[in-house]
Design a protein around this ligand. Structure first.
Ligand code: AFP
Length: 342
């Protein structure tokens, strides 16, 4: 064994080291955020291990219940939700939790309360579980003003008020992508060490991309700006090459590719779903936060996604996010359609 090379492997920028470095820049910090994050990381590692073993452990299949969206819950969804609720409450740093799987927000026992609210989708892309395609956990973090007066209004805040957001993708490797409002960093789980290692520092999305990502099966119900935009992706008017289409159907995987390669991810409104499909608090906001931090944009068809003020915890919104120039183009099409209607 090459001991020198092995020893060198200990000088790694782990996620914990990275967050502690950031914390040291704020002498007033009490380390609460670092502790909260370490509990999120533990949840992600636990779910990653369960996803990897799913077939073996016979976790695949229905748990026999339906969630608040009327969808059938799978065993892994149920397990992941329990894992994150327990990991977050036991951190002693949270006060309200909003999960895609629970109809109501969870108010943490006052004895265990801290200053943070966490909104999350414990296992997004669950229709991909049984065929082993990438799935993920998405989370956003808010801070409350007064932990003695905690109400659901503390999480019904615009996305721009989030203090951090991220996702963990359970794919060919397990990657955690995080922003605390100063850029975006990507960490890959080294299974031999059980540590997330900084592998993608300071991620910046290309200004323009060559991929569009949308469920084209919904095309017959799209509004005019979305239909025109997708037409332009295929038949560009400026002599450039057509864009390629990539669509996994797991938001984490589709957004992750968009972040690294550039391009645009769309889940528009349509005649059947006038508010789109994706949920504002734990899908639209965290991904929009990351996109903006990486230099891209996120737009709802009406305005900047992070300006939206949700009125209920499971609210949905259309979303267009990705490379700056690509989102700019769809914004122009929506602006033109508003002018035409006026
Ligand atoms: P599931 O968790 O039900 O698979 O939904 C995943 C998701 O919320 C998001 O991850 C995808 O981007 C989107 O739905 C895919 O929706 P369509 O199947 O309608 O394209």
């Amino acid at each position: 064994m090459d001991h020198a090379a092995e020893a060198h492997r200990t000088d790694l920028m782990t996620l914990t080291r990275h967050v502690l470095n950031e914390q040291s820049k704020h002498p007033e910090s009490k380390g609460d955020f670092t502790i909260l994050l370490s509990h999120i990381v533990l949840g992600c590692k636990f779910v990653c291990s369960a996803v990897n073993k799913a077939g073996l452990a016979k976790l695949i299949g229905l748990a026999g219940d339906t969630n608040v969206q009327g969808e059938e819950q799978k065993k892994l969804d149920v397990l992941s939700n329990e894992v994150f609720i327990k990991a977050l409450t036991s951190s002693g740093r949270t006060c309200i939790l909003v999960s895609e799987e629970d109809e109501e927000a969870t108010f943490v026992d006052p004895a265990l309360r801290g200053r943070y609210c966490v909104v999350f989708d414990p296992l997004d892309g669950s229709s991909n579980i049984d065929c082993g395609v990438s799935i993920g956990t998405i989370f956003g973090i808010y801070m409350i003003k007064d932990k003695n007066k905690v109400t659901v209004e503390d999480v019904l805040q615009p996305g721009k008020k989030m203090v951090a957001a991220g996702y963990c993708m359970y794919g060919s490797s397990c990657m955690l992508v995080l922003s605390t409002g100063r850029g975006v960093n990507g960490f890959t789980l080294d299974p031999s060490l059980g540590e997330f290692i900084l592998t993608h520092p300071n991620i910046k999305i290309p200004k323009k991309g060559s991929i569009y990502s949308v469920n084209e099966g919904n095309a017959k119900n799209w509004d005019e700006p979305t239909a025109r935009y997708v037409e332009r992706c295929k038949f560009p008017q400026d002599g450039s090459s057509p864009k390629s289409l990539r669509y996994v159907g797991s938001m984490v995987a589709d957004v992750h590719r968009t972040l690294l390669y550039g391009g645009i991810f769309l889940y528009p409104a349509d005649k059947k779903s006038p508010n789109g499909k994706l949920r504002v608090l734990y899908e639209v906001f965290p991904m929009s936060f990351l996109m903006e931090q990486a230099g891209g944009q996120a737009f709802t068809g009406k305005g900047r996604a992070l300006e939206l003020v949700p009125t209920k915890i499971h609210e949905r919104s259309p979303i267009f996010l990705g490379s700056y120039d690509d989102v700019e183009e769809i914004k122009t099409l929506y602006a033109a359609s508003v002018e035409k209607e006026a």
